[in-house]
Unconditional design. Structure first.
Length: 245
């Protein structure tokens, strides 16, 4: 396996590792994202076992000791498995996550104290700002959250829109149908009354790019894509409630 690096937006880099034996037969990508700024941010830490190749790829973009912030969507191996390895090679770096995740997990797991953000809090990276948005259990994980980068109008949406295969780093093609198909096969989304409303609220940001953790990132009418995904989950919930009645 090797890690690919692509600049998908102005100062936004995608680091991607394709793992063919996960989600066969198509395989799946595990993606990390770098937000370049005076205080650079890494979104997703990646698996602990993939740290050597992922960190080498990140080092092609910036020296690892320049990394200031480390974040992720929720507590899971591919999201934060290598968290402490990043802290070890990036002495100035600090983990930043939501209050739920910090209080119940990251405070204990991280080798240095994290910065806990509340819903809607802004983090100034110097030249760029990212907003933390709580998305509890969407698509999964009680501590789940996403970040929105204002300058490029990029929503780092974690496991939302996850889809298999080893497609291009950035696409303008439909990612809704592949995401629905992948979720149908894997069942990774918590389907609750709050699922669709949370995704609808994300659509109101009207992002221009979706930085997707698994699969190609998307540029285009991302707000409309989020609204359509929310409508899908609302309809699916109603169908399942009807079937169980």
């Amino acid at each position: 396996m090797d890690a690919k690096v692509d600049e998908i937006g102005n100062g936004i880099f995608r680091v991607s590792v394709f793992v063919p034996h996960v989600l066969p037969p198509a395989g799946i990508t595990f993606n990390e994202f770098i937000v370049m700024a005076d205080e650079p941010l890494l979104f997703h830490c990646g698996h602990r076992k993939l740290f050597p190749i992922v960190s080498a790829a990140v080092a092609r973009v910036l020296p690892l000791d320049r990394l200031r912030w480390i974040s992720f969507g929720h507590l899971e191996a591919d999201e934060c498995g290598a968290m402490n390895q990043w802290l070890a090679v990036s002495p100035l770096a600090q983990v930043v996550h939501g209050i739920r995740g910090c209080r119940f997990s990251v405070d204990d797991m991280a080798d240095r104290p994290p910065l806990a953000l509340s819903h809607g809090d802004l983090l100034d990276l110097g030249g760029r700002r990212v907003r933390f948005i709580e998305t509890p259990n969407v698509p999964h994980g009680w501590d789940a959250g996403v970040i929105y980068e204002e300058a490029t109008s990029t929503l780092f949406c974690g496991d939302l829109f996850a889809h298999g295969g080893n497609g291009p780093a950035l696409t303008t093609a439909d990612i809704i149908a592949p995401a629905i198909a992948t979720d149908g096969a894997g069942g990774y989304t918590c389907l609750m009354p709050t699922t669709a409303p949370i995704i609808h609220n994300l659509s109101k940001l009207a992002p221009e790019m979706l930085a997707v953790m698994h699969g190609s990132s998307f540029r285009g009418h991302a707000g409309a894509a989020l609204a359509e995904l929310a409508n899908h989950y609302a309809a699916r919930l109603q169908a399942e409630l009807k079937d169980s009645a």
